[in-house]
Design a protein around this ligand. Structure first.
Ligand code: ZN
Length: 324
């Protein structure tokens, strides 16, 4: 190798080194500076990173705290240990069979308190995958059996633990929703009744109807007769899951809205409820509000499994305290 060729080779190596250095330096700058420019402008080109950035940092945001519920009640202490009896252990004088289903199961109501103002809780209207509402009713019944002092002196509380026991017995799933005629018992009430309805936005997994006419179903007839006997001053119908608190009444019925707001104040259930676009026809709470002037709400538990017991103790307390 001659000296001249060596010089040429050394120069080549230096040029190559310089090129690599420039390339690495350029890449380093691009990786560090470019994302900041690109974050503000998705179309920012490589050229723009050489300019002084024109974006200004976003002002730091002070997060808005979630609205605090201001309960108008001091919540009862959560029972410890939990409710200790099953509904069947309750004295027979407090247990009333209001009727029988198509498959001859009892529809049982449990009564607490002696006051002149009646209030009614209905569970299990949709049996099946909403069976956790029946579990909740059993927990509330057991709790009140242990704590009869929780019922205000002016009130009598009635809890219908399962309106649709045939559905609950059939399956704790979608096939248990309807009664033995395949009728959705919350579509069979004789107000705004339809045999069929648009399925858009509704949870319909099986063939189902609203019945042959409003109030065609035995289970609904039994509860209508019972409601007309006890004339409740307010009513809750429990469902699951997730959509929130629905005030009964078409058009809006102000006392139902007032009751819904009182319950929303002490619970985490969405209110106003989530609107999926489903057209609710022939349902219990609209019937109660429109044909009997009973303030009535539907409450959806959080899921198809849990009873949200602590939360529903607060709901019960607010329900008992609420006045029209
Ligand atoms: Zn339901």
């Amino acid at each position: 190798m001659t000296g001249k060729r060596l010089n040429g080779l050394m120069a080549g190596i230096w040029i190559a080194n310089l090129t690599v250095c420039l390339l690495v330096g350029g890449l380093f700058y691009w990786f560090n500076a470019a994302p900041a420019a690109q974050a503000d402008s998705p179309n920012a080109s490589l050229v723009s990173v050489n300019k002084k950035p024109t974006w200004t940092p976003k002002p730091s945001i002070t997060p808005v705290p979630p609205p605090t519920r201001r309960p108008t009640i001091t919540p009862w202490p959560t029972p410890s240990p939990g409710p200790s009896v099953t509904p069947m252990a309750i004295p027979p004088s407090n247990r009333v069979v209001i009727g029988h289903t198509l498959e001859n199961r009892s529809q049982e109501v449990f009564r607490f308190g002696q006051g002149p103002m009646n209030k009614l809780i209905v569970a299990g209207i949709h049996g099946g995958s909403e069976y956790n509402t029946v579990d909740l009713a059993d927990q509330l019944i057991a709790y009140l059996n242990d704590h009869p002092e929780r019922i205000p002196a002016d009130t009598t509380l009635f809890i219908l633990r399962d309106l649709n026991p045939d559905g609950t017995a059939r399956e704790h799933g979608v096939d248990g929703r309807v009664n033995a005629h395949g009728v959705d018992l919350n579509r069979n009430w004789p107000y705004n009744w339809k045999a069929d309805w648009p399925r858009d936005g509704c949870w319909i997994w099986r063939p189902v109807t609203g019945g042959t006419s409003g109030g065609s179903e035995l289970e609904v007839q039994n509860l209508i007769a019972y409601i007309d006997r006890i004339k409740p001053a307010a009513l809750i119908s429990y469902h699951s899951a997730a959509l929130g608190i629905f005030p009964g009444g078409k058009p809006d019925f102000a006392p139902s809205i007032s009751l819904a707001a009182a319950v929303a104040e002490v619970s985490d259930y969405p209110y106003p409820p989530l609107n999926t676009g489903c057209d609710y026809t022939g349902n219990l709470t609209d019937w109660a509000a429109n044909t009997r002037s009973i303030p009535a709400i539907d409450i959806e538990l959080t899921n198809h499994r849990d009873t949200d017991f602590d939360q529903n103790l607060r709901v019960l307390q607010a329900f008992l305290a609420w006045k029209r």
